[in-house]
Design a protein around this ligand. Structure first.
Ligand SMILES: [Ca+2]
Length: 211
C-alpha cells in the first residue's frame, strides 16, 4: 500500500493537469478555434447602458440625456437617411424614419475611438428589438486610414443581426485578425430598413487570446 501512494499522487496530479488542459481553447471540427468556448471579460465600451452624461466626453448624442460617449450619425458616407434618436428611460429609440438611406451605414450609432487588439477574441452583446422584424449591421472596424475594414468579417457591411419585436439579447463573437487598431469604431448600422429600433446594454467584451 505504501508503494501505491506515490502513484495515487501522480494520478491526482495528472488529473489536475488534464483538467487545466481541458479549459484551453477547444478546436472546432474545421480546425479553427471555437470562439464560443473562450472566456470573455472586460466590456471596453463606455456607457453601454445609455444612462450617463459626462461633460468631459469627446462626443455625446445631441439632445439625448444619457448619451455620453456615443454619436448618432445620419448621411454616413453620403448615403442619405433620416431618423431620430431619443432616450426612453435609458433605452435608445431610433425612429421617425422618413428615409432609410441607400446603405446600412447611412444611419449609425457610433462609439469611437476604441482599441481592438490583434489575435484576441471579442464578443458583441446587446439588447434590441424593432417595431417589425428587421436586420441591423454591427461593425467593429477601421476608419478610412484602414480602408473602412470590417474586423468582424461579417456578411454585410458588418455582421448582420436579425432582430425581432421583443427585447432580447443578441451576441456574436469574432477574432481580430487585422493588426491592432487604437482608432477603431464600434458601429450599429441602422439604415436601409425603416422600422423603429430600440437598443440597450450595448457591449464589446474582450476575450482570450485566440492563438
Ligand atoms: Ca439602459
Amino acid at each position: 500500500m505504501k508503494k501505491l501512494i506515490p502513484f495515487l499522487f501522480i494520478g491526482i496530479l495528472l488529473a489536475a493537469v488534464s483538467g487545466c488542459v481541458s479549459t484551453a481553447p477547444a478546436p472546432s471540427t474545421d480546425g479553427k478555434v471555437d470562439l464560443a468556448s473562450l472566456t470573455y471579460g472586460k466590456n471596453i465600451l463606455k456607457n453601454s447602458t445609455f444612462d450617463k452624461d459626462d461633460p468631459a466626453a469627446k462626443s455625446s448624442i445631441a439632445g439625448v440625456a444619457g448619451g455620453a460617449y456615443w454619436t448618432f450619425s445620419i448621411n454616413g458616407g453620403g448615403a442619405g437617411g433620416d431618423a431620430t434618436c431619443v432616450s426612453e428611460g435609458g433605452v435608445l429609440h431610433i425612429g421617425n424614419y422618413t428615409d432609410g438611406g441607400s446603405a446600412t451605414y447611412a444611419i449609425q450609432l457610433i462609439q469611437s475611438p476604441i482599441t481592438v487588439e490583434k489575435g484576441y477574441a471579442y464578443k458583441v452583446k446587446l439588447d434590441a428589438k424593432a417595431s417589425a422584424a428587421r436586420t441591423i449591421d454591427i461593425k467593429v472596424g477601421g476608419t478610412g486610414d484602414r480602408g473602412w475594414a470590417d474586423y468582424t468579417r461579417g456578411k454585410g457591411v458588418g455582421t448582420i443581426v436579425e432582430i425581432g419585436t421583443t427585447m432580447q439579447t443578441y451576441e456574436f463573437n469574432f477574432e481580430m485578425k487585422d493588426r491592432t487598431d487604437d482608432q477603431a469604431r464600434f458601429e450599429i448600422q441602422l439604415g436601409v430598413g425603416m422600422d423603429d429600433v430600440w437598443l440597450d446594454n450595448v457591449m464589446l467584451l474582450k476575450g482570450d487570446k485566440v492563438k
